[in-house]
Design a protein around this ligand. Structure first.
Ligand code: ATP
Length: 199
């Protein structure tokens, strides 16, 4: 699995459609202060499903949309696509190449796509879950995150280890199954109450 490209259009300082192609090996992005290096990393986090505007240095999610400059007026839509070579099927999918897209309009309307097929955030999250690529994963380590992990509570650190070890997906499935079981038990109790009343 390898990151092939990142396309950014209308996201933060990237008013113009910009495609960054990643060659095999290591890639470094350099530029003066404020030129948009961190915005590139945030675009990666955003397309993989980041839900916290604060973690993207904004107040509201719409703050990721290009807000205008001295030479350009603001835009109404942000779009980011990320493409991975998945010929080794490291990501649990039959596709040899995976392209995930996220769009957001100022109206609040938003959309996710996997290989140009509309999907839910849940599908994107599950696609990356346990691949080590998720938005909460170790694949992106921002400034201060290392310290945060070391100084974090044991329970929070455990969550990190679970994501790396690949058990978080099963834990989530177990939680969903347990909730369904509880709901079913509640319904059963209600039916029993009604039956008792009728008897
Ligand atoms: P540094 O080296 O100082 O960390 P950087 O290269 O990482 O800087 P970023 O923090 O990625 O730079 O970019 C900051 C720039 O992005 C600022 O000029 C800011 O005005 C601009 N910016 C952020 N959000 C938006 C937005 N929604 N619309 C337009 N420009 C934006």
């Amino acid at each position: 699995m390898r990151l092939i490209s990142l396309e950014i259009n209308g996201f933060k300082s990237f008013a113009q459609k910009t495609k960054i192609e990643f060659m095999p090996g290591m890639t470094g992005i350099v530029g003066p202060n404020g030129s948009g290096k961190s915005n590139i990393i945030e675009a990666v986090r955003w397309v993989m499903g980041e839900q916290s505007a604060k973690d993207l240095r904004g107040d509201r999610m719409a703050d990721v949309i290009f807000s205008g400059s001295s030479t350009r007026k603001s835009l109404n839509r942000a779009e980011v696509s990320i493409t991975f070579d998945n010929s080794d099927h490291y990501i649990n999918s039959d596709f040899n190449e995976i392209r995930v897209t996220r769009q957001l309009y100022r109206s609040g309307e938003s959309q996710y796509m996997i290989n140009n097929q509309e999907c839910r955030l849940k599908d994107v999250t599950e696609l990356f879950m346990d691949s080590g690529l998720g938005r909460e994963s170790f694949s992106i380590i921002s400034q201060g995150r290392v310290e945060e992990i070391f100084n974090g509570k044991p329970a929070d650190r455990r969550k990190v280890i679970e994501e790396v070890a690949g058990v978080s997906k099963y834990k989530k499935n177990k939680d969903t199954a347990e909730k369904r079981l509880n709901d079913t038990n509640d319904n059963l109790n209600r039916v029993n109450d009604i039956l008792a009343e009728l008897e």
